[in-house]
Design a protein around this ligand. Structure first.
Ligand SMILES: Cc1ncc(COP(=O)(O)O)c(C=O)c1O
Length: 353
C-alpha cells in the first residue's frame, strides 16, 4: 500500500533509517565495555524488542512491571525494571515473573529489600537487584556511597535476592545540547562512580553490573570504559529534541497527517496531543518550517508554514518526544520507499502500572 493511502493520523517508521540506527548503535558499542540493554519505553513493541535481542542486546530495560510482563510473555528472557516495585501485590507478580525469566529490579530502601526477599522466598523465586544511586536526576536512588554500600550489604544478606550491581542514570544530561558540557558532566560522574565501585569491592560487594546511560550519552559512555550496560531507548526513532544534539542517529519516526483546513496563513492538520506527545514541545514539520505550531486534542494549528498546502494534502510531523508519542498509538506502520511493508503492534501501549 502507498503511504498516502493510510488513514491518518498514523505513526510511521522509515525502515531504512530505523535499521541504520540499529547498526549505528551496534558499531558504536563494538569493542567497548558496554552491552546494550535498550529501554522498552521508547517503542513498547515486543516485536522490536526481539529485533534488538537478535542484533546483540543482552536484555531489555523497562520502567514498569506491566511492561516486564509483556516482554516475558513475548519470550524475552532477561529484563531489568529500572525502577522500584514497592506495592505488595506487584511484588508478588514480580516474583511470579522471576520464575519465567531473569528479572532485575532497582532498590533504594531497606524496607523494600526486606519485602522483596520475603515474597521471593514465598514464591521460591530469585530476584536480581541493582542498588540505585542518584547521580543528579533527583528521581529515585540514594545519594551517598555509604548508603549504596549499606543497601548492597542488605541485598547480599537477604534470602533469594542477588546483589548484581548499581544503576546510575544521569537523565538530566541526556538532552544537553552543549556537547562539551554533556561530556565533562558525564566524566565528572564517572570519576565518582569509579570511587564507589572501588569502595564496594573493598567491602567484598563487587558490582557485576553498572547500568545507565541514554541515547544522548551513548557515544561518551562507549569510550568511558566504566558502565557495563547502556539503557538507551530513543536512538531507534530519534525525535526533534534529540535531533538538536550532535549524535550519530537519525530520525525514523513520523506522524502522517492530513490537512483539514487552510486559511490566511493557517494550516490545520488532523493530529494533535492525542496522537503526538507534546511533553517536550511541539512537533516539527518534515522538510518545512512554520512561524508557530500550537496544539489542540485532535489538531495542530500550523501558522505560516513556508510551503503551500491545500485541503487533503499529507504532512509528515517529527514528534518532539518519540517515547510519549508511541504510547498514544496501537500500531506503527513500517514504511520502505513510500510503501507500507509491515505493521508492528505497540504491545505494551498503556502499560503504565
Ligand atoms: C532509567 C532510564 N534509563 C535510560 C533512559 C534513556 O532513554 P533515552 O535513550 O530514550 O533518552 C531513560 C529515559 O527516560 C530512563 O528513564
Amino acid at each position: 500500500m502507498n503511504i498516502e493511502r493510510l488513514r491518518t493520523p498514523a505513526l510511521i517508521l522509515d525502515k531504512e533509517a530505523f535499521e541504520r540506527n540499529i547498526e549505528t548503535m551496534r558499531s558504536l558499542l563494538e569493542g567497548s565495555t558496554l552491552s546494550l540493554r535498550p529501554h522498552y519505553k521508547s517503542h513498547k513493541c515486543a516485536e522490536i524488542a526481539r529485533m534488538q535481542i537478535a542484533s546483540g542486546a543482552i536484555g531489555i530495560t523497562c520502567a514498569k512491571l506491566s511492561e516486564a510482563e509483556d516482554l516475558v510473555d513475548a519470550g524475552i528472557e532477561d529484563v531489568l525494571i529500572a525502577n522500584q516495585v514497592v506495592e505488595e501485590p506487584k511484588i508478588s507478580r514480580l516474583c511470579q515473573l522471576a520464575k519465567d525469566a531473569r528479572i532485575t529490579v532497582c532498590v533504594d530502601c531497606a524496607e523494600n529489600i526486606a519485602a522483596l526477599s520475603r515474597a521471593a522466598v514465598a514464591a521460591d523465586a530469585t530476584l536480581y537487584c541493582l542498588v540505585e544511586y542518584d547521580i543528579g536526576l533527583q528521581r529515585c536512588g540514594v545519594l551517598t556511597h555509604s548508603e549504596v554500600i549499606e543497601l548492597a550489604r542488605a541485598v547480599d544478606a537477604a534470602d533469594r535476592l542477588v546483589f548484581d550491581g548499581v544503576q546510575a542514570y544521569a537523565g538530566q544530561l541526556s538532552h544537553e545540547v552543549d556537547s562539551e558540557k554533556r561530556r565533562s558532566e558525564t566524566e565528572a560522574r564517572a570519576k565518582d562512580l569509579r570511587a564507589l565501585l572501588a569502595e564496594l569491592k573493598a567491602a567484598g560487594l563487587g558490582a557485576r553490573v553498572l547500568s545507565g546511560g541514554s541515547t544522548g550519552t551513548s557515544a561518551i559512555k562507549a569510550k568511558e570504559g566504566l558502565y557495563t550496560e547502556l539503557q538507551a531507548g530513543s536512538y531507534l526513532f530519534m525525535d526533534s529534541t534529540y535531533g538538536e544534539l550532535d549524535i550519530p542517529f537519525e530520525n525514523s519516526l513520523y506522524i502522517l497527517t492530513t490537512v483539514l483546513s487552510v486559511k490566511d496563513g493557517l494550516v490545520v492538520v488532523d493530529a494533535g496531543v492525542k496522537s503526538c506527545g507534546v511533553d517536550q514541545g511541539m512537533p516539527r514539520i518534515y522538510c518545512d518550517e512554520a512561524r508557530e505550531i500550537s496544539a489542540c486534542e485532535e489538531h495542530f494549528q500550523i501558522f505560516e508554514p513556508k510551503k503551500q498546502y491545500k485541503v487533503g494534502d499529507k504532512m509528515l510531523l517529527i514528534p518532539a518526544h518519540c517515547c510519549s508519542t508511541v504510547n498514544l498509538h496501537d500500531k506503527i506502520y513500517m514504511i520502505n520507499k513510500g510503501r507500507v511493508v509491515s505493521r508492528i503492534a505497540v504491545s505494551a501501549r498503556g502499560c503504565s502500572k
